[in-house]
Design a protein around this ligand. Structure first.
Ligand code: NAD
Length: 254
């Protein structure tokens, strides 16, 4: 018998090859879920399954699966749904949208291309995955939990991130609307707003800026990916059964 907060559930995690997505695969599998690790970078997703999913708590590596997914491509998203149904005979009922990118630049210099790619992956990608998988859950008559990853920047803005902040504000609003629509199917939709977390994404922020940011974090440090993943696991599980449409800040007080 598999133990854990989400024992026996099937979870799809996008952006699973790195950072918060990878940590989420690790914690969800520790809590008994079967994990589909999806990333544009397939090798990275395979690495997540091989070295980061827990074989503890009765979970068997062979149950988990790595797949190549581009969240901004509707065909690719549809393919993953088909693959999941073929493999597990049911759609995943935990969906974590962690795929995301930054293309930072000053408003006065930002290219249309960098604007479009950030909006396409962060916002449209979240939309496509939510729509495709919530549809599959309603068709199968299954309850579920969708966790989107926004950013604290989506609430307050940040210099050099007009494209990114807009995409992340969009994810918050989209979550609230989807929660209102999907409640009657017992599909919950919540959004997590990370502050500054120690992942490859943050490494692109100049050292000087990082130091300035840390001064504004009451806990005085960057967050660990696992500290996000624990909250995501809670939102995935029945422990949060009366939460939907909620925005949860995980920022060290930033
Ligand atoms: N790290 C932070 O400080 C921070 C803060 C706030 C919000 N976030 C958000 O958290 C999420 C995860 O960030 P992270 O720090 O783990 O970043 P990361 O760069 O470590 O990981 C992101 C992963 O997403 C994948 N990816 C990118 N585009 C994709 C696509 N089109 N389809 C599928 N996969 C794709 C990448 O290959 C990578 O493995 C992102 O949405 C990010 O915006 C991060």
């Amino acid at each position: 018998m598999v133990a854990g907060m989400v024992a026996g559930r099937l979870a799809l995690v996008t952006g699973a090859g790195s950072g918060i997505g990878r940590a989420t695969c690790q914690i969800l599998s520790r809590e008994g879920a079967i994990v589909i690790a999806a990333d544009r970078n397939y090798e990275a997703a395979v690495e997540t399954i091989k070295t980061h999913t827990a074989l503890a708590s009765g979970s068997n590596e062979a149950d988990h699966m790595a797949v190549e997914l581009d969240v901004a491509n509707p065909k690719s998203v549809q393919n993953i749904l088909q693959t999941a149904i073929k493999q597990y005979k049911a759609p995943p009922t935990i969906i974590v949208n962690s795929a995301g990118i930054t293309r930072d630049n000053w408003l006065l210099k930002l290219s249309e291309e960098d604007y479009d790619s950030v909006l396409n992956i962060n916002l449209k990608g979240t939309f496509l995955v939510m729509q495709t998988f919530s549809r599959a859950m309603t068709e199968a008559g299954l309850p579920g939990s969708i966790i989107n990853i926004s950013s604290i920047i989506g609430k307050y803005g940040n210099m050099g991130q007009t494209n990114y902040s807009a995409s992340k504000a969009g994810v918050i609003a989209m979550t609230q609307s989807a929660a209102k629509e999907l409640g009657k199917y017992n599909i919950r939709v919540n959004v997590v707003l990370p502050g500054f977390i120690d992942t490859p994404m943050v490494k692109t922020v100049p050292e000087k800026v990082q130091q300035a940011i840390l001064k504004q974090v009451p806990l005085g440090r960057l967050g660990r990916p696992s500290e996000l993943a624990e909250v995501i696991a809670f939102l995935s599980s029945d422990k949060s059964s009366f939460m939907t449409g909620a925005s949860v800040d995980v920022t060290g007080g930033f």
